[in-house]
Each structure stands twice: as C-alpha cells, then as structure tokens.
Write a protein that binds this ligand. Structure first.
Ligand code: AMP
Length: 417
C-alpha cells in the first residue's frame, strides 16, 4: 500500500511512524512533512491547503490512501477533490469537518443528536454577549466560532475580559462552565460504524500546575487509571454513535477521526468540543499503544468497511509524551535555533522516541527549530511512572536554547496507578 500523509507536525510524525512500521505499507509519503518525518517518509513541498495540488500529488504517487492530519486542510475541504478523484481518503469532507470548523454547527448537531454538552448561546453583538454572560454567571466561557489553532477559547472570571474576547471575534459561542476532569476520546469512523480508541488526557496550559496561557497542548498520557470503568462504552453510546448517525442523517456523513473532548462533571459526561482529526499531542500516546497495524484501519474507514475489521489490539502498558516548546511559546515563539541531542534522547530498545513538530533542516543538514511546539518526546513503559521517567530522561538529553517544557505531565496519574 502506498500512503500519503498530509501535514507537518508531531501528530503527522506519529502517524508516519506507525504507518512506517506497518508491513502492509510499501511506500510512505508526506506533504509538507518536517525534518523528523523526512527520516521515515519521502517529503514533498506541497501546500497542504491546496486541494488541487494535493490531489495531483496523490495521483502522481498512485497513492492507495491519503491521510489528512490537521484541521485546516480538512475544514478547507482538501478531502473533497481527493474523493471526487476516486482516491481513498482518511478524513471528513469539508462540510462534515464543520463539526470542528464551526462551534455553532457542532452545537446544532449535538442538539439534534441529543448529545450532552454545555448549554450555550451563539452571539454576534456585544449586547447578546453581555446577556449570555449574565445568564450563566462566572466563570465565563467564550469561544470563537471558527478555527483558532487552540487559542479561540477564553475561560475567565473577569467579565470585562470575557466581553473583550467576544468583541474580538465575529461570532462567539458563550456557554456554561463545565467542572471536572477532561478526557480526550478518539474514534475512527466510516460514517456508520464507530470504533473508539483508548482514552487519553492532554495538558492545555503552558505552565506546571495548569497555570499560564492555553496552548495547543504541552503533553499527554494514556491510559487514564482514574477514569470510571465503562467510560468508553458510555461515550460510544451517548456521544460518538449518535453524532455520527446525526451527521449521516443530515446528508453530511462523517468519515475519519472523530475526537470528543469531554468533561466528567458531577452531573455526568459532557462534550466540551468535537474535533474532526487526530488530536495533538494525544495521538502520540494513543498510537504508541495501538498494536493493530494502522494502515488497514485507516483504509477500512476510508472504504466504508470498518464493520468487517477485527477488534483493535492494544498494549496493556502506558505511554507519555512531553512537548518541548520554543522560548516565548505560545505568544511569540523564537525559531531558527539548532537542536542537539536528538539521537541521544531516543532509547536503543525503542521505548523512547522523538517526534518532530516544528523543525526543519538547514543547508548543513542540522535540525533547526521552526515552530512554537518543536518536539514531542514520547515513551512507553509497563506503568505510567515508568513511561514518564523515560520521557523525561529523553527530554533531558535535548539541547535547544531557551526551550521550555512542563515537568508535571502525567505526574498525578502516575502516582495513582
Ligand atoms: P477547546 O478549544 O474547545 O478544547 O477549549 C480549550 C479548553 O478550554 C478546554 O480544554 C477546556 O479546558 C476549556 N473549556 C472549554 N469549554 C469549557 C467549558 N464549557 N467549561 C470549562 N472549560 C472549558
């Protein structure tokens, strides 16, 4: 099987790593990729938002499967011309990707499907926003309706700050505050059958103790020893299957990766948000534990044959990933610095590996930082504590001037189990 992956972050490096280990994959390509992905795939300098160019590349490579990683190309509808050309593609249509591209659309789908989520108002004027804020009270939750690379949500006790965020967006969703631990649950779907993966938790804030600004994610771990038994089955029944059924009923079938961000509140499980693609950095730990070869699973989703697949097999152990970010991330990351220690950070026995997020090669083939989140150091172990120790030992080997990382990824969970 010839596979083309679209994207160039640590999520795509994780996907490429798993695909490169799948014996069914004879050729692996990625566009645009990054310095790390170039070690396991042939990279192509193609604009990931240009559906015509991506389709031309897939044709030229005679790709048997195209996997679209990030939300921006999905919401831009890059999967559509691929499908129209008869190329199997893992990722929803532009219309179905509105589940992530518009929070108001997602709320409407959830209402239609009877999926539990925060009560909310869609607001376009300052008056509407003020009224909605006062209806719910503090803490206030204000979400930009459109894609905002993880920076569109403001949760604050400060009414003035909440109003200011609303004023800075064209259209916002203002909703009730959801208390309780968060879980990320991914499911692979072909538009009818839904196959949940193992749950993970990510760390959104920049600093230890969940302080500092929201980021794209600073680390993740799986499994969740504290999660209630039966959580995955419950979310499949009350969230994932009804959402997939509702989208099919509306004539916008969703195939690809359905990501449910959940809050386990005292009043039950609630959806915080949906994403239309693998989450970063949770993908790094979920795929680290998946034993079933990946390409066949993604192809079955693309071809509508998920119901025929054998149950997925999982590693019983744990995985932890720690993001190494550039100085100044998320506000103003510096880039262009040489990264050293990448090889030393990886373990010869395959238990620690470095996934590249924002990196590029210079003329002398040195790896340079080229983004806010630079690396995602991933490790497996028999327990979360072991995986965590290994990931941090890897991080300690990496030299990148001014870089930052959290020191408490998976700390509490590792102490519990
Ligand atoms: P999102 O981009 O929708 O994942 O939101 C980013 C983060 O904001 C989430 O991971 C939550 O920590 C927080 N958040 C979003 N919606 C709510 C809510 N209704 N109540 C509490 N926290 C929220």
């Amino acid at each position: 099987m010839k596979v083309l992956v679209i994207g160039g972050g640590a999520r795509e490096h994780a996907l490429c790593r798993s695909l490169s280990q799948d014996p069914a994959v004879s050729e692996l390509h990625c566009a645009p990729g990054n310095a790390g992905i170039a070690q396991v795939a042939t990279v192509h300098p193609v604009d990931q938002l240009d559906g015509t160019a991506v389709t031309a590349l897939a044709r030229q490579l005679a790709a048997d499967l195209v996997v679209v990683g990030p939300e921006a190309p999905l919401v831009a509808g890059v999967a559509d011309p691929l499908r129209a050309a008869g190329i199997p593609v893992f990722g929803p249509s532009g219309e179905a990707a509105q589940l992530e591209g518009s929070k108001a659309f997602a709320k409407d789908v959830m209402a239609g499907a009877g999926v539990p989520t925060a009560r909310s108002y869609v607001c376009t004027t300052a008056e509407e926003a003020a009224e909605a804020l006062d209806a719910f009270g503090a803490p206030y939750v204000v979400k930009d309706d459109g894609l905002a690379a993880g920076k569109g949500v403001v949760v604050t006790a400060d009414r003035t700050a909440a109003l200011a965020h609303a004023a800075s967006c064209d259209r916002v969703v203002i909703e009730e505050y959801l208390d309780g631990p968060e879980v990320s649950l991914f499911a692979i779907t072909d538009g009818t059958t839904v196959l949940p993966l193992q749950p993970a938790q990510d760390f959104k804030r920049a600093l230890d103790g969940d302080a500092g600004p929201n980021t794209g994610g600073m680390g993740a771990y799986s499994p969740l020893p504290w999660a209630p038994e039966g959580l995955v089955a419950e979310v499949l029944e009350t969230v994932l299957q009804p959402t997939v059924d509702e989208l099919r009923r509306r004539g916008t079938p969703f195939s690809g990766l359905l990501y449910a961000g959940l809050a386990l509140t005292s009043r039950g499980t609630r959806v915080i948000e949906f994403n239309a693609r693998f989450g970063d950095p949770e993908t790094q730990v979920v795929l680290a534990r998946l034993r079933t070869p990946l390409a066949g699973v993604l192809l079955a989703a693309a071809n509508g044959t998920l119901a025929d697949l054998e149950p997925l097999r999982w590693d019983e152990g744990a995985a932890v990933t720690v993001v190494v970010a550039a100085e100044g991330y998320p506000a103003a990351p510096r880039s262009g610095d040489v990264i050293e220690g990448l090889e030393k950070a990886e373990a010869a026995d395959g238990t620690v590996w470095v996934l590249h997020a924002g990196t590029r090669l210079d003329e002398q083939d040195r790896v340079l930082s080229a983004g806010g989140r630079v690396l995602s150091v991933t490790a497996t172990g028999g327990t979360l504590a072991e995986a965590r120790d290994r990931a941090y030992a890897g991080v300690a080997e990496i030299a990148l001037e001014g870089s930052q990382h959290r020191t408490d990824i998976a700390l509490k969970a590792a102490q519990q189990g």
